[in-house]
Design a protein around this ligand. Structure first.
Ligand code: RIB
Length: 311
């Protein structure tokens, strides 16, 4: 079985379900409060593991009850947690999330322990990087660490899946070492410097590919996923579902995609599989509680037939 190494954040998500997202200065009452395991790194690790992948996770947790519960949760999901680091005298990362009745959200993240996932912490573990078949990263840890890992990984001929979330500008040397760049509209607009529309998709794909990644996978929510590389442009339709909470839909896509692309090495099929996993996730509340298992994804795919088409 191939090895997926996820390097990223872990958060505890505090969720307030509200009728509508509050405007600046507005107080919205009657919120329903809950808590869930989250963090883009942990969500993607869990999504890859539940989709059947063999996952090792590098992350920093706080020296607190939240950190201990997050660690136990990762272990219960069969993730190799030997390199999970507990940062003494710091809290575990925490996200405050509002979700409205249409499933849309706004999120504020306090990174806390995630800030301490420094490149120095990774240095003793070069072997783990060398043993990985795919390295999956996001941007909720220090950018210097992401840069360092991309350098190490490309020097050792390793494949990188980068989900540049939260959105920021990226160095050319980072983008050049990426095999799969999976990003949403906001992230694509930030990196390509152009607004996403149906007409601009091929131009954005071209702009992004010229920056160095081998494959661009643009996730467009209910409009599907757009795959762009030097040989082809394919649109993979999404599955129609009624959203409850879109939190971690992108993370679920990335994790499921990582597992499937390593198994079958087919971009369209991996994106369809990941679209199905993400579609299931938006029908449930919370980040990790919403991530489906492999049998759930397979059942969903059997009941929903969609195809990819050239664009
Ligand atoms: O992508 C969703 C995640 O973003 C949430 O789980 C939250 O923790 C923030 O990191």
């Amino acid at each position: 079985m191939k090895n997926i190494l996820v390097i990223g954040s872990t958060n505890i998500d505090i969720i307030a379900q509200v009728d509508h997202l509050p405007a600046p200065g507005e107080t919205v009452g009657d919120a329903i409060l809950s808590e869930a395991f989250g963090g883009k790194g942990a969500n993607q690790a869990i999504a890859a593991a539940r989709a059947g992948g063999k996952v090792t996770f590098f992350t920093c947790l706080g020296d607190d009850d939240k950190g201990r519960r997050a660690l136990q949760n990762l272990q219960e999901n069969h993730i190799d947690t030997r390199y999970v680091y507990t940062v003494q005298d710091h809290y575990t990362g925490t996200a405050l999330i509002f979700v409205d009745r249409k499933g849309e959200n706004i999120i504020a993240v306090a990174p806390e322990a995630n800030q301490y996932l420094s490149k120095e912490k990774m240095n003793p573990y070069l072997d783990v990087i060398k043993n990985a078949d795919l390295i999956v990263m996001q941007l909720e840890i220090p950018y210097e660490t992401v840069k360092h890992i991309t350098k190490l990984a490309s020097y050792n001929g390793k494949q990188i899946l980068l989900n540049p979330a939260p959105a920021r500008q990226l160095d050319e040397e980072v983008l050049k070492s990426v095999k799969y760049l999976i990003l949403n509209e906001t992230e694509a607009e930030m990196i390509a410097g152009r607004q996403v529309s149906e007409e601009s998709l091929p131009i954005i794909g071209q702009k992004l590919i010229e920056k160095g990644p081998e494959n661009i996978i643009l996730t467009l929510g209910k409009k599907g996923a757009y795959i762009f590389n030097n040989k082809r442009r394919t649109f993979v339709d999404s599955f129609p579902v009624t959203p409850v909470d879109t939190t971690a839909a992108g993370d679920t896509f990335c994790g499921a995609f990582a597992t499937r692309i390593l198994e079958k090495n087919d971009l369209t099929r991996a994106a369809r599989f990941a679209n199905a996993a993400a579609a299931i996730s938006v029908t449930r509340l919370g980040a990790q509680p919403s991530v489906p298992s492999l049998p759930e994804i397979e059942r969903f795919l059997m009941n929903h037939k969609i195809s990819g088409h050239e664009k």
